[in-house]
Design a binder for this molecule. Structure first.
Ligand code: ADP
Ligand code: MG
Length: 132
């Protein structure tokens, strides 16, 4: 499915559609806790979309999770993104291109991305992006 911003559909609508289709295709349940209620600058929205895509790709390919929860909230300090799965987890020293690209995408817009993972306890990707 296409996951690009366009004039007609805002970030929340795109995410809602994408997450629904991803859930149907993978059989991994998606719990959407929050989506941004207001407009997000397109540069930030693009980074959010690519981060969600890579994080969910990792959930699908590596985690063996049954459920993943997603929250995107726009607050005074910026946009906060959390993607948390209940899968197998991985050692924190693990590196890879996908993880690097996610971090670089956030750094590029003066944001930050952190990954926390517990072996046997799942993985949480957290990001904060300033809204300018
Ligand atoms: N949600 C996750 N659950 C379990 N393992 C993960 C998860 N995300 C990443 N990993 C581990 O981190 C490694 C590096 O991820 P990444 O940089 O995206 O590279 P790739 O997905 O191409 O292997 C993966 O190969 C996997 O071992
Ligand atoms: Mg990956």
């Amino acid at each position: 499915m296409q996951l690009h911003l366009d004039e007609q559909r805002g970030l929340s609508q795109l995410l809602e559609d994408y997450l629904g289709q991803w859930e149907d295709r993978t059989g991994i349940a998606v719990e959407v806790w929050a989506l941004p209620g207001r407009n997000v600058p397109s540069q930030v929205a693009e980074v959010v979309l690519s981060t969600v895509r890579e994080a969910l790709d990792n959930v699908e390919r590596h985690s063996k999770a049954r459920t993943v929860s997603v929250a995107v909230t726009a607050g005074a300090r910026g946009l906060r993104l959390t993607i948390s799965d209940d899968g197998v987890g991985f050692p924190l020293e693990t590196e890879g291109r996908g993880l690097r690209v996610m971090k670089a995408g956030l750094a590029n817009i003066s944001g930050i991305l952190q990954i926390n993972s517990v072996l046997g306890g799942g993985t949480t990707v957290s990001a904060v992006a300033p809204l300018g």
